[in-house]
Design a protein around this ligand. Structure first.
Ligand SMILES: N[C@@H](CCC(=O)N[C@@H](CS)C(=O)NCC(=O)O)C(=O)O
Length: 240
């Protein structure tokens, strides 16, 4: 194996396997955008800790995807940290981590996605392979204190969309600020676009209906669809 390649750790989906999860999408976007040579190592949820533990201090708590291994062997975990490190080591083309939109988008993604937990958690469960499904059901049911079916019933549907609506609306407004679009910063693509683009791709992985509903509650689907289309050169690579 060439040590010139970066390794990206991502979560697989049921066949046909492809990237689906929001946080690894952020890292994958950066790798694709910067044109860096990388290969994906797909890791099922229960295998994350065993695979990562030798790369992290013994008291490390959060074993999460994404992570990368750089050609020199440096292991970097966390999508934000990965963006920082890749931008520092491979500055061109820049992902504009200093964009004033980035902190706003970060906050809005948390609100938009966090409020539809009753929709996306049961949705994610359906797209996973069996080992991840078993792990995901157990850990998420422990976290919310109810079955995924009850979560969907109690916190899914209309209620979830209503709570998430202001966040989607604010993203729509931000996307419309720069009329020369399609990116938050107008004609300049950057990490803020990858963060929101990752969220849209994540919704689409759950189902086309979930994506459509999200951009509908945002008040105007068009800027979101235009953003996704403009980002296409950097999300087409999604399964290797
Ligand atoms: N702060 C982390 C969060 C990453 C995260 O939560 N990843 C999820 C998948 S999207 C994960 O790996 N969870 C592991 C688990 O639930 O055990 C980042 O942005 O990289």
């Amino acid at each position: 194996m060439s040590n010139q390649e970066i390794i990206l750790f991502d979560l697989p989906s049921r066949p046909p396997n492809k990237a689906w999860s929001l946080n690894p999408w952020k890292a994958r976007f950066v790798l694709n955008y910067k044109g860096l040579p990388y290969k994906t190592e797909w890791v099922e949820y229960p295998d994350i800790k065993p695979r990562f533990k030798d790369h992290l201090p013994a008291d490390h708590k959060e074993y999460t995807i994404p992570a990368i291994i750089l050609p020199g062997g440096e292991f970097v975990i966390d999508s934000w940290k990965i963006a920082d490190v890749l931008e520092e080591k491979y500055p061109e083309p820049s992902i504009h981590l200093d964009s004033p939109y980035l902190p706003k988008v970060k906050e809005l993604v948390a609100g938009a996605i966090g409020n539809i937990r009753g929709i996306f958690v049961p949705g994610v469960h359906k797209i996973l392979n069996e080992p991840s499904q078993v792990y995901f059901r157990r850990t998420r049911e422990e976290a919310v204190g109810m079955t995924l079916e009850k979560l969907s019933e109690e916190r899914g549907g209309e209620k979830a969309w209503k709570a998430a609506q202001p966040y989607f609306e604010n993203v729509t407004a931000l996307l419309k600020e720069n009329t020369e679009g399609p990116f938050f910063d107008g004609k300049t693509v950057g990490f803020a676009d990858f963060v929101w683009g990752g969220a849209l791709l994540f919704l689409r992985s759950i189902s086309e209906e979930v994506l459509q509903e999200g951009i509908k509650v945002g008040g105007d689907p068009e800027p979101h669809l235009k953003l996704l289309e403009a980002l296409k050169p950097w999300w087409e690579r999604d399964n290797y």
